[in-house]
Structures are given as C-alpha cells and as structure tokens.
Design a protein around this ligand. Structure first.
Ligand code: ADP
Length: 595
C-alpha cells in the first residue's frame, strides 16, 4: 500500500477501505467456505432474533385479547425453537470465525518472519528492534479483526438491526419515525468521539513501543546499568514513560466507553417516551397491546446491535491501524537484491581484494578509498584505533552493506555481481559476541552447515576445544542453550561459535576477535580453537590480541577510514614514526619504557 504518509494518525475512511480491500484480497479466497458458514449462521441469528420480536404481537393478542390457549402453545414452542436455533448458530459462527482468525494470525506471523529474513542487516540496526517486535506480536491481530468485524457487523448486526427495524415499522410506523428522528444526533456525537480516539490510540501505540524499547535496552545492557549504578536514574526515566503510556491507555478506555452513557441515556429516553405514547393510546383509543409489545421488544433487541454498529467505525479504525503497520513491514523492500546477471561465486584461492572501496552509513563517510589484498590461505589482520572502519570492512565482505563506490573482488569476481547466497556459503564468521540460538548445542553447531553429520559436528567441536566441556553438560550435545537453556561461560560460548564456523568448512573466515577478557585457561582454549579455525583459510581478522597481529601474514593498519600502513609485524614495527609502531608500543608499555 504505497501511501505517502504512513503515520497512523492519517488513517481515514479511504485508508480503512484500502486496508480492508487488501486483507480481503489476501485472505478472503482461502477462507471463503468458512465465511460462508459463518454468514449463514449469522443470518439465522439475525432472523431468529427479529422473529421473537415479531411473534410477541401474536402472543399478547392471542393470550390476552382472544384467549386462545391452543394457539399460544404453538407460538411459545416456536419461540423456544427460535432460541435453540439462535444458540447453535451463534456457537458454530463463533467457533468458525475463531478458527479462521487463528489461521490468519499464524499465517501472517509466518509471512512476517520469512519477510524479516529477507531484509538487509542495515534495516535492523536502523529500525528499532523493539518496535518490530511489538509490531509482530500485537498488530497481526489487526488483520484478523478487520475481517471478523466486517463479517460479524455486516452479517449479524446489520441484518439484525434492519430486520428489527422492519418489525418496528410493520408494527407501528408512527413510533418508528419518532425513534429514527432521535438517532442522527447520537450518531454525530459518536463520530466526534471516534476522531478523538484515533489520535490517542496512535499516541498510545507509540508510547508502548517506547516502553518496550527502553526495557529491552536496559536488559541488554544490564551489566553497564549495574556497574554505573544507573538503576535509580533509569527507573525514574522509564517510570515517566510508563506513566505516560498508562495515561494514554486510560484515555482510550474513557473515550471508547464514553458512548455508553450517551447511548444508555438515549435508550432510556426512547423507552420512556414509547411507553408513555403506548399507554396513552391504550387508555384513550382502546388499541390492543400486541403490536405495542412487539414494537418494544424489537426496540430493546435493536439496542445491542445498534450499539455495536456505532462502535464499529472506531474498532475498525483501530484494527486498520494495526493491520496497516503489518503491511508497512511486509511492504518494506529488501534494499539489496542480487543483480539480474548475478552468477554463483567460484572460489579457487579465496583471494580477497578491495579496490578503492568507499562507504558511508547514511551521510557520514566511513571508508575512503580503501585498497588492500587478503591473500588466499593467509591471515590478514586489521588493526587501528576504534572507529577506523575495521568492522565496516568485515560487514562489506558478506555484503551486509554495499560499498558506495569501488569493488570487492574474490578470486577476480566482483562480489556485487555474484549471488549473495553463493557468496555467504563461502564465508564463515565469528563475531565478537558469540551468539547462541534457542536449541541444543548440537543444533547450534549445525547452523554452520545444516547438512553436517553428527560425526562432523563432534569433530568440529573437538577442533574447537569444546568437546570435553560439551560432554560435561547434563545432556551432552543435546543440552539446550540459548534463552531457555543452560548458562555457558563466555569462553565456552566462543568455542561453540568457533565450532559453528569450523563445521561450515568455508574457505574464507571473517573474525572479530573478542576484546572481553577471559580467564587465562579459557583464553588459551579459545586461542587454540581459533588457530585451528584459521589454518588453511583466508582469514580477515580484526585483531585485538598482540599474538594474532604478530603472527599474521599481513597487517593492514587503518585510520579514519583509510589504509595508512601495510606489511608484516617486523617491517611495520621498524618504522619508528609509523602508526603501527606507536600502537604496538601502547600495547607493550613495558617495552616502550625501556627504550
Ligand atoms: P572500528 O571497527 O574500526 O572500530 P567501525 O567500522 O565500527 O570501526 O566504525 C567506523 C565508523 O562508522 C564509526 O565512526 C562508527 O561510529 C560508524 N558506524 C559503525 N556502524 C555504524 C552503523 N550501523 N550506523 C552508523 N554508523 C556506524
């Protein structure tokens, strides 16, 4: 839905219609039989309701005016049957609609997840991930509600209302006119309320995602929070947001329920005037009471569907706001696609070459004309002050982002012209923060290569010095890790992520060495695991450990998005005034002191 303004405040009836059309187009066909059953049931509900109102005239007249016991008996039986029918039809309708609704929710959840997978890495760092999470969990129901509201309100409430209105007009046209004159002002008042509600609903959704986001940040950074004793300050801040969100939600409740007192008073007025008029006619004109009772029954029964119909616009808009947020997400285009002429990457030596690569996140230039070669089967270490652009280079090689200009070549092929799938299959990546996913240890290693056998997984774990600690876990390789699993130490997690990279058996390894300190024993094990992972591969490593740098075949020294020096450790350390020599001395204060 390419609407120019996508903020929820701009939801108007045309947007609601557009969303409704799309929801129906995408779901209507698959559930057409379910909806047909539901609609038939709703028609039965509507008709049996009006039937009970209509038959009241006969009950009263036959019982009180004509005193026909035999007829009254049949009429009462028919009322009973009407109620039974109504009960069953209502049940079938509710179950059918719920089933369809649940199916729609599940389907959109699947679709959203699959779609999120296609979006580029850049999307997730820019967009607030909490907002996405909130959208996925809360707003999918909007699509279900849009459909179900349409079906129930048109089929049941509309039909019930119209047929009851028919009964009313049939039984007493004059009174019906009086009621209808009173209705329009009420509807106008309701319209005004619904407009106010739209605005606060939007604000509330915004505030709620703010709350979620702030909480998520706190949870992720809990060690920083504690270390800097930020608890009180953060709590004060978040309490303010929570209070604002609570206020908004209360306002929504007030506004959406405000029409209750209004319609209630209106109904009271209507019933009282009708009764007065009927009493007057009975007393002075001797009109039999049957028609009047039937009319009042219809009026009272019409109240509920009328109230629901009055609320319909508000509910529909709320559902449409939610549904549209889902569509906004689904309509987001993956920013990078494979070029039409993209070919699979063919790796021979796995030689990586950066030619004049420039890159910017947004408008800030991060890399300016970067040139270097990472030779096949050799280790190239990236060093330099933080912010120099080292991680950015690591992000460009798997094409998480594309360079602004220049090329990255692997074995003579420009990676912009190969398929991303084939490119990433040739890469293994070990990040600074080892990330484990929901599942067992075995699953987590197998993510490296889904076709790996159990034997290959154990072999990788051995090479990564993880086998022994894995066997010591309660269920060995089947021990669950991730959010709901066992807690592993930082070093153990790192070794698992190295095992994952090893099992992938890719010719190129991208490595962001962990800066966080591990205990000496873990450190040694991780180092040995990394050595294993690095042998025989083209490695591009953001090096933080001196030992890695010293042993690298080539060191690329970066500063402010440029390569300032290149060479091996001995050569670079010789250049007294070079950046590398200075950095090197910083890392070895004792050595520089003795100079
Ligand atoms: P290094 O790894 O050498 O520390 P980075 O490549 O991480 O350097 O960062 C280079 C510059 O790019 C820094 O100024 C950093 O603030 C900026 N930067 C890094 N990632 C992003 C991002 N996702 N969005 C915007 N700017 C970023």
């Amino acid at each position: 839905m390419p609407s120019p303004d996508t903020s929820p405040s701009h939801i108007d009836s045309s947007t609601v219609t557009a969303v409704l059309k799309r929801v129906i187009a995408e779901n209507g066909r698959d559930h057409i039989w379910g909806y047909a059953i539901a609609i038939v049931c709703l028609v039965i509900v509507a008709l049996s309701t009006s039937f009970t109102a209509w038959i009241m005239k006969s009950v009263i007249d036959e019982a009180f005016a004509n005193r026909r016991a035999d007829v009254v008996w049949i009429i009462c039986l028919s009322i009973f049957v009407a109620f039974v029918l109504r009960g069953f039809a209502g049940y079938i309708q509710a179950v059918t609609l719920s089933k369809i609704g649940n199916n729609i929710v599940a389907r959109y959840q699947r679709r959203l997840y699959a779609h999120l997978m296609t979006l580029s890495v850049g999307f997730f760092t820019e967009a607030r991930s909490a907002r996405i999470a909130a959208q996925v969990s809360q707003n999918v129901s909007g699509i279900r509600d849009v459909l179900n509201l349409t079906v129930t309100s048109t089929a049941r409430d509309m039909l019930t209302f119209v047929s009851l209105l028919g009964v009313m007009v049939y039984q007493d046209p004059l009174l019906s006119c009086a009621v209808l004159v009173l209705a329009p002002p009420l509807l106008l008042a309701l319209r005004y309320l619904s407009k106010r509600l739209r605005q606060v609903t939007k604000e509330s959704i915004h505030l709620n995602s703010h709350v979620l986001g702030a909480m998520q940040e706190t949870i992720q950074g809990i060690s920083i929070v504690k270390a800097f004793t930020m608890e009180a300050e953060l709590e004060r801040k978040i309490n303010k947001i929570i209070a604002a969100a609570e206020g908004r939600s209360n306002k929504i409740a007030r506004l959406s329920e405000r029409n209750a007192p209004m319609t209630e008073s209106f109904a009271g007025l209507a019933v009282a005037s009708v009764l007065a008029y009927a009493a007057y006619r009975a007393i002075y004109n001797n009109v039999p009471p049957g028609a009047f009772f039937s009319f009042v029954t219809a009026l009272l029964l019409a109240y509920d569907p009328a109230r629901r119909l009055a609320k319909l616009q508000v509910q529909m808009e709320r559902a449409a706001v939610n549904a549209r947020m889902i569509y906004e997400l689904l309509d987001m285009q993956p920013r990078q696609r494979d070029l039409p002429d993209a070919k699979p990457l063919v790796v021979t030596e796995a030689r990586i070459e950066l030619r004049d690569v420039a890159f910017a996140y947004g408008n800030d230039d991060v890399l300016n004309g970067v040139n270097f070669v990472a030779e096949g089967g050799k280790t190239t270490a990236l060093v330099g002050p933080s912010g120099a652009g080292k991680s950015t280079i690591i992000n460009l090689i798997p094409r998480f982002y594309d360079p602004k200009s220049g090329q990255i070549m692997i074995d003579g092929q420009d990676i912009a012209h190969v398929t991303k799938q084939s490119l990433r299959e040739q890469l293994a990546y070990v990040s600074q923060q080892p990330y484990l996913f929901e599942g067992s240890i075995r699953d987590n290693i197998r993510y490296g290569r889904p076709t790996a056998t159990d034997a290959e997984i154990e072999e990788a774990a051995r090479l990564a010095y993880a086998h022994d600690f894995i066997l010591a876990q309660p269920e060995g390789y089947d021990t669950p890790v991730g959010e709901n699993g066992v807690t592993l130490s930082g070093g153990q997690r790192q070794r698992l992520s190295i095992a994952r990279a090893l099992v992938r058996n890719a010719p190129i390894l991208l490595l962001d060495e962990a800066t966080s300190a591990l205990d000496t024993e873990s450190e040694a094990a991780v180092q040995k695991a990394l050595d294993e992972a690095m042998t025989g591969r083209t490695v591009v490593v953001i090096a933080h450990r001196l030992s890695t740098v010293v042993r690298a075949d080539k060191i690329v020294v970066m500063q402010q998005g440029r390569v300032v020096e290149e060479g091996n450790h001995e050569a670079l350390a010789q250049r007294r005034d070079g950046l590398y020599a200075r950095l090197n001395n910083l890392q070895r204060p004792a050595a520089s002191d003795t100079n």
